[in-house]
Design a protein around this ligand. Sequence first.
Ligand code: SF4
Ligand code: SF4
Length: 678
Amino acid sequence: MSYDYRVIVGGLMLLIGLGLFTRTILGRLRVLQAAKPETRWDLVGARVKKLLTVGVGQSKMFKEPASGLLHAFTFWGFCILGIRTTQLFVQAFAPGFEVCAAFQEPYDFLKDITEFVVLVAILGFVWRRLVVKPARIAYSGEALLILSFIGGLMVTDFLYDGAHFASLNQLDRLAMAPIGGMVGKAFAGSGLSPTALHCIAETNYLIHLAIVLTFLNLLPLSKHFHVITSLPNVFLSKLEPKGALSFVPDIEKALEEEKPLGLSKVEDLSWKQVLDLFTCTECGRCEVNCPAWNTDKPLNPKMIILDLRDHVYAEQKAGRIGAPVAVSGEGELPALIGQVNVDAIWSCTTCRSCSEQCPVMIEHVDKILDIRRHLVMTRNEYSKEIGLTLKNIENKSNPWGMASGKRGDWAKGLDIPTLEDKPDAEYLYYVGCAGSFDDRAKEITLATIKILRHAGVSFAILGKKEKCTGDSARRIGNEYLFQEMAKSNIEQWQEGGVKKIITTCPHCFNTIANEYPQLGGNFEVVHHSVLFPRLIAEGKIQLKDGEAQRIIFHDSCYMGRHNDVYDEPRAALRAIPGAEIVEIERSQKLGMCCGAGGSRMFMEEKIGTRINDLRVEQLMEQKPQVIASSCPFCMTMLSDGVGAKDLRDSVKTKDIAELIADRLVEKPAAPQAVQADA
Ligand code: SF4
Ligand code: SF4
């Protein structure tokens, strides 16, 4: 049998296939090269771990076990079959070449089984797309084409092996390959001549190589680019605290020089943000888990990524990447922002549900917030209510515009020491704007004080000297205002010798713990939902019997997905005698936002249905008597939702601090060393 033609045909195919592929990839690399720098090469050990769990281990895929299994088998199959593909290409020039010559029989077995499993997985995918049709998966001819390519690769390899060894009368060579062996026996018993079998084998060989090269060239031109980019994207994913937004250095200077800030054009994207765009698999997991999308807002996190990606591709095609950027006219949005719906940008609650679900670690929130930064700091384009919130934060140091001098009024007559009174206090209890001004949140503050006193915690407050953390300003996009406020707080706290801070607001917690270090503020911060179970475990909080209560806990996004605090609040609730804790499917990592994050707390929800109403509906599935939370914003949204649904008689909304404070064993009041005028 002659294989001489392979050198010419195989060589030509390789030359053309790899040449075209290299050209496309170099184009994509040029886009990455033109993007802004970003450091993602640090902490290699942690990155390797992430690569092994999320990338190789496909951990995020198993959140949906059926499709996760199909995808994992296909991915692992590709890894194993890469050896076979290499072998087939080399055989164009060296027909007898075997990559695994020393382990031929075990590899034959592994390859054969893998090809069979991948084929079954591909049929499973086709079934899901055409018959099951999950809501998050849109019909895609491209996806079906790629699936048929992968299936074709498996089938042509079985046919090649079977016909090849049958033509050589060497079926014993397939002894360890059950499927290939069966195909070989079928060919051997077909009565075809060795020459005909050779022709069948060689045709399948060439079709196999052609599919590999066509597939390879389609990858960077389609959503299947993720086959190439997902492992690097996972390896290079964000390792900083998830809740920390990116820091803008030298912002004062940039504003003075009137430099455009935030994200408005392709060149504003960092190379990692571009890699994110290249990597989207269009799986729709982010879309179906987005509270905004689920309540008919114009925000679809998948489409944000795809719109930005399409714009990058269009700019690349037009040769504009790396070229000087045209300044857009008055009132006209720059092309990149024009690509996405601005209402979508303001609909985001920054809940991170999208990124949490994304199997390839795409970060959505940073891009949305970067566009907000551009709208707010460069273009001054935002609604009146956002303008008012920013003005209130700037002038009154709280988003509601309450008189800053009244900040400590809630503590009047309660003998709570301020930091000036008690400079050696172990903790600063940072109460926050809601806890200081909002009537419902003030009840949570008082419950917290009661528990801290009961447990003998040494603490002090700032009283009227307390200022807003700047979290809301940052989430709106006013990075400058945030940095100014953060610097002022850090200076005040460092001067006061503060080392440890207690918060009752997850937004304050996240900002102080995860974002203040960007400005040199390093404090040990603990949220009350973490401190209380610790104090209970240490025996410092003692709880008495009371009525049985069926409680459901609503995870705040900023303690849950942003800071991975899920078990602690549940442990605190379980410690309450008579408490029965129930769960729904959408809890913990899958929990849905109340609608207040990302400064949505200060924006009217005018589009679609209300997120808090939907959240209350979900929580009521388990018919709880109490909806517990650990965030003053969640409390407002859930209480409003319960009211809107006329459920006030059947369910109470309580902070975990209130539930614990209600059950404290009475202790003789400890004398207060300091009489404070907060
Ligand atoms: S952060 Fe939340 S609201 Fe914003 S896009 Fe993601 S899922 Fe939707
Ligand atoms: S961003 Fe992630 S979760 Fe959303 S569609 Fe793309 S790959 Fe899927």
